[in-house]
Design a protein around this ligand. Structure first.
Ligand code: NDP
Ligand code: 2IT
Length: 483
């Protein structure tokens, strides 16, 4: 099997049965007798060379398992070209000090990161995460995912990600500005409209992007689209704020439709209550579904009458407050404290689950509860919110499962549309951007669906998305020589 030659021939089902799920345990017994496959070699190399980066290992494992079928069809060529070593090694990793002064006059020092992972199909593109949990492994997992996601959009953007362990929560606007200015004072050397274009992610919203843009312009003295997610008065795109959440629902609706199911009338559970979650809830409700949960890092809401988006926006976007305030203002809502109760929103009976908070927030136990309660579909709004075990459990139980790198690609796709508008110095209407976003999401779904049918098994959108994203990147990498 490992020496199979026909590069174009779709592989047998056998090789893809393990997609995204199997630990290399089964192969260990085979190691003594059979030659290690290139995919296994590279995965072991990634683990050995990147110690203590479990999220990065997890993201690489999922992708490599999906690619096994494509790689093993022409294994010797890929191995000779070091293709997978290059794919899993960032082109450049920047680590820097971010000193700033807090409101008490105390100097604070944070770690800054930018991982420029792959520029085969366009300038590095990806968000900046500001959260105390940020470390190099987290940024590498996100940057790696971004390569395939950005490829799936069909737009010319490479993969990158950055951020800091700075926590914007509880900081004054002046402190956030001081941090953002210091962060950009180092990062500006490495980014640019045609080089690397950062954007928002957890903890980085319109306020942070504004401060960063101002500092970049001040230092470089150029007015260019170096960041996306900008405010509308200085080069931002209409619909970028809504894009990830809206795109998730456009994707989900198309995926359900293709499986003969209507989204309208369905009950949904959303996790998170940030940018992605809020606009996912809004679009789900516009499309006739009812969203009964949302969450933040401390608690979750069950609102059987459906989440009131206007109230949620007021609590989260304006007041930057906790969900207890939502519950206090909404008689139909129950608030559950995660720590004291040890519960989360996945125990509520729903048709569709939309994890929109953070990585590994939906584990095997959660998946079992959702399946027992009759969930039909799971679509990831966050990056890698479902553990590998939970993903396998969903797939094994016939649950329709959309991987984040396909279903949450609407945010970065609309960022690329913002780059286009900046380049042509024009602004498109909301309707124009929204229509393009919808079209992109529908196309991503069908590309993943087609690739799943051709290379893996019908309905395995994890394998389909990974393979479809990979094919364009690998074509560009091979054309550009050994770089
Ligand atoms: P926000 O900062 O706007 O919101 C994040 C939400 O998730 C908040 O409700 C937050 O709660 C919760 N959350 C964050 N970290 C944790 C944690 N460790 N445990 C529990 N809850 C947590 O971020 P976004 O909505 O922008 O991002 C959400 C997810 O979507 C991330 O995985 C991000 O990478 C992904 N994504 C974002 C895109 C974008 O365009 N913004 C595009 C594609 C994917 P609290 O406020 O209490 O911390
Ligand atoms: O994970 C993501 O795709 C994002 N945070 C958005 C990146 C972007 O460049 O808009």
């Amino acid at each position: 099997m490992a020496t199979k030659k026909a590069a174009t021939k779709p592989a047998a089902k056998k090789t893809t049965k393990t997609a995204a799920t199997k630990a290399p345990a089964t192969k260990k017994t085979a190691v003594k007798t059979a030659k290690k496959t290139y995919v296994d070699e590279v995965y072991e190399r990634v683990v050995a060379q990147n110690p203590a980066q479990p999220e990065f290992h997890q993201a690489v494992k999922e992708v490599l398992e999906s690619l096994r079928v494509v790689i093993e069809a022409d294994e010797e060529k890929f191995r000779r070209d070091g293709l997978l070593e290059r794919l899993t090694t960032p082109e450049r990793q920047l680590l820097f000090r971010v000193p700033w002064v807090d409101d008490k006059g105390q100097v604070q020092v944070n770690n800054g990161y930018r991982v420029q992972f792959n520029s085969a199909i366009g300038p590095y593109k990806g968000g900046l995460r500001l959260h105390p949990s940020v470390n190099l492994g987290i940024i590498k997992f996100l940057g790696f995912e971004q390569i395939f996601k950005n490829s799936l959009t069909g737009l010319p953007i490479g993969g990158g990600k950055g951020g800091s362990d700075f926590d914007p929560k509880g900081k004054s606007d002046r402190e956030v500005m001081a941090f953002c200015q210091s962060f950009i004072t180092e990062l500006y050397k490495y980014i640019g409209a045609d080089t690397d274009v950062p954007a928002g992610d957890i903890g980085t919203g319109a306020r942070e992007i504004g401060f960063m843009y101002g500092q970049y312009k001040r230092i470089r003295n150029v007015y260019e689209g170096v960041l996306t997610g900008k405010g509308l008065s200085y080069g931002g795109s209409l619909a970028r704020t809504e894009a990830t959440g809206y795109g998730l629902l456009y994707f989900t609706e198309e995926m359900l439709k293709t499986n003969g199911i209507a989204l309208a009338g369905k009950t949904c559970a959303v996790s998170g209550s940030g940018n992605v979650a809020i606009y996912a809830i809004q679009k789900a409700e516009q499309l006739g579904a009812k969203v009964v949960t949302c969450s933040d890092s401390t608690g979750w809401i069950y609102d059987p009458e459906g989440i009131d988006v206007a109230l949620l926006k007021e609590v989260k976007e304006v007041k930057r407050a906790r969900l207890t305030e939502y519950a206090a203002a909404r008689p139909s809502a129950q608030y559950h404290d995660k720590k004291t109760e040890g519960t989360n929103q996945w125990e509520i009976k729903v048709d569709v689950a939309l994890p929109c908070a953070t990585q590994n927030e939906l584990n095997l136990d959660d998946a079992k509860k959702l399946v027992a309660n009759g969930v039909i579909a799971v679509a990831e709004g966050a990056n890698m919110p479902t553990t590998l075990e939970a993903t396998k459990y969903f797939q094994d139980n016939g649950i329709i499962f959309a991987p984040g790198k396909a279903s949450n690609a609407g945010g970065v796709a609309t960022s690329a549309l913002e780059m286009s508008q900046n380049s042509e110095r024009l602004s498109w209407t909301f309707e124009e951007v929204d229509a393009k976003l919808k079209n992109i999401m529908v196309n991503i779904f069908h590309n993943a669906d087609e690739a799943a049918k051709k290379y893996a098994k019908p309905g395995d959108y994890v394998a389909g998305a990974n393979i479809a994203g990979f094919l364009k990147v690998v074509d560009a990498m091979q054309a550009q020589g050994i770089v």
